[in-house]
Design a protein around this ligand. Structure first.
Ligand SMILES: Nc1nc2c(ncn2[C@@H]2O[C@H](COP(=O)(O)OP(=O)(O)OP(=O)(O)O)[C@@H](O)[C@H]2O)c(=O)[nH]1
Ligand SMILES: [Mg+2]
Length: 225
């Protein structure tokens, strides 16, 4: 399925916070109750529509949270222009590590570090009775570090699509306002030229296609590396 823009996103955070489940819900609308630790990195993609008309293909790299894989996963940060930094609202230590994840992300995303759109995601919000991190704490951390913020449930699907789509929208806004230069090859963004229509961001290189009807699913499968 064709798209106007391709954006590379990365999902990071402690092991077992629900990164792979978030990706699976987003791409497949499924939930896995078991924890199958990601080995290295997995991949998924999906087409979304931003500003009602621009078709954005999200190329999403889901990294392993286990320390053992850190040297492998770091190499996938390069070029990522958007990130979901996930913690588990029922496990305080996963929130306490957010600062470390953030500096690792900014150091390893090469040229994109400061321009990146990062969303802090408090996952497992269906487990309200086991909550160990308040929503206010999450919001305050996000505000302090210039991040977007949401709470999600990969189990009930609450806010899952919104999390990925808001990151895509924010990246697109940064392109439109000139904060991100899509011609910069170190940035994980590619425009696709469409015949017949011009305009859009990126010096007229985004050709806007037919008006989208919201989200269009395109699952590209996943691979463990
Ligand atoms: N209740 C609830 N359980 C969840 C949610 N998201 C994930 N889980 C469970 O949490 C466990 C870990 O989920 P994963 O998605 O495999 O975690 P991960 O962050 O990818 O872990 P690593 O690959 O080891 O880094 C699994 O048992 C999931 O079923 C959620 O939103 N709510
Ligand atoms: Mg995983």
């Amino acid at each position: 399925m064709s798209h106007d823009l391709l954006i590379k996103l990365i999902v990071i955070g402690n092991t077992s916070v629900g990164k792979s489940c978030l990706l699976l819900q987003f791409t497949d609308k499924r939930f896995l109750p078991l924890h199958n630790s990601t080995i290295g990195v997995e991949f998924g993609s999906k087409l979304v529509t931003v500003q009602d008309q621009v078709r954005v293909k999200l190329q999403i790299w889901d990294t392993a949270g286990q320390e053992t894989f850190r040297s492998i996963t770091r190499s996938y940060y390069r070029g990522a222009i958007g990130a979901l930094l996930v913690y588990d609202i029922t496990r305080r230590e996963s929130f306490m590590h957010a600062e470390r994840w953030l500096s690792e992300l900014r150091e390893n995303a090469s040229g994109c570090g400061e321009k990146m759109v990062i969303m802090l995601v408090g996952n497992k919000c269906d487990r309200e009775g086991r909550r160990a991190v308040s929503r206010e704490e999450g919001e305050a951390f996000a505000r302090e570090h210039g991040l977007l913020f949401t709470e999600t449930s990969a189990k009930t699907r609450v806010n899952v699509d919104e999390a990925f789509v808001r990151v895509a929208e924010a990246v697109y806004e940064k392109i439109e306002t000139g904060v991100i230069d899509p011609a910069d090859e170190s940035v994980g963004i590619r425009f696709v030229q469409r015949a017949g229509r011009g305009g859009g961001a990126g010096g007229g290189r985004v050709a806007v296609g037919a008006r989208g009807g919201g989200e269009e699913a395109e699952k590209a499968g996943s691979c463990a590396c």
